[in-house]
Write a protein that binds this ligand. Structure first.
Ligand SMILES: O=C(O)c1cc(=O)[nH]c(=O)n1[C@@H]1O[C@H](COP(=O)(O)O)[C@@H](O)[C@H]1O
Length: 271
């Protein structure tokens, strides 16, 4: 089953558009887990606590690589694949490099970590994205209109009468999406731009980070980005779920579960 089919099935099976982001920040973990193996234990507990509320899991590679914890990231990815094979695994790596190097990054994401999809940066152009497209059953999630304020520095530049992010959206939807495996990143912090991207790309899946800790409005996000069948998005929340427990010593997994269920329900209210 390819990435988009797997994602569509997860939307339906779990009745959820929530993507649970796995960004294990050592300083915010329970003290006993503040080491490389601890972040794997933490992430696996979060995965178990939220798997029935999620349409995707998105580990952020930097939180592991910064600690030299790639083995632990492999362990977390293998755990998701074996325990929850119906939930898409999105590796957030935001890669972008020349084709020969991109070929290695694609192997890292899809082969080493077994990811169903990976985030990539389109700035170096088609030949830097092409090696990922050769993995026809895997997803390629291209940065389009990112959630951060600084995203406007380049993504809003006028290119022939339209902003660059809209050019990226049409390029990916109409030229790069050869076997239907592409998706785009559009921040929940910019609902008007999310609506504009949805109009350009039809039913293409969108990864939408920015609710929760970044303050994006759930109702505006859902109304702007949903497809006609009320799906179409992986709406990501990381810190607001991972660190929902108010104090060290509280059951972080139970708190994460409550936060994930509440976020899923909040999203579903506006679908
Ligand atoms: O590609 C991403 O996932 C991403 C794109 C973007 O535009 N903004 C953004 O915040 N992200 C990621 O989404 C997650 C957001 O985390 P929270 O703000 O804690 O929910 C982080 O892992 C970011 O790296």
């Amino acid at each position: 089953m390819n990435f988009v089919n797997k994602l569509s099935a997860a939307w339906r099976t779990n009745n959820s558009l929530l993507c649970v982001g796995l960004d294990p920040d050592l300083a915010k973990l329970p003290p006993a887990l503040r080491h490389a193996d601890g972040i794997a234990t933490f992430c696996k507990a979060i995965v178990d606590a939220t798997a029935d509320a999620a349409c995707a899991f998105k580990p952020q590679i930097a939180y592991f690589a910064a600690l030299g914890a790639e083995k632990q990231l492999e362990e977390v990815c293998a755990y998701i694949r074996s325990r929850y094979p119906h939930i898409p695994l999105v590796l957030d790596a935001k890669r972008g490099d020349i084709g020969a190097t991109a070929t290695q990054y694609a192997r890292e994401a899809y082969d080493r970590y077994g990811a169903d999809a990976v985030t990539v940066n389109p700035y170096m152009g088609f030949d830097s994205v092409e090696p990922y497209l050769e993995w026809a059953d895997r997803g390629v999630i291209v940065l389009c209109r990112t959630s951060n304020a600084g995203g406007s520095d380049l993504q809003f530049l006028d290119v022939g009468g339209k902003p660059l992010y809209q050019h990226v959206a049409s390029l990916v939807a109409h030229k790069w999406n050869r076997s239907g495996q592409c998706a785009l990143v559009v921040g929940a912090t910019f609902p008007a731009e999310l609506r504009a991207v949805r109009e350009i790309v039809g039913d293409m899946p969108l990864l939408v980070p920015g609710i929760g800790a970044q303050g994006g409005d759930v109702q505006a996000t859902v109304e702007a980005g949903r497809t006609a069948d009320a799906t179409g998005m992986m709406i990501n929340s990381s810190r607001a779920i991972l660190y929902a427990a108010p104090a060290a010593g509280e059951d972080f997994a139970a708190a994460a579960r409550r936060a994930a269920l509440a976020t899923r329900d909040d999203i579903n209210r506006y679908r």
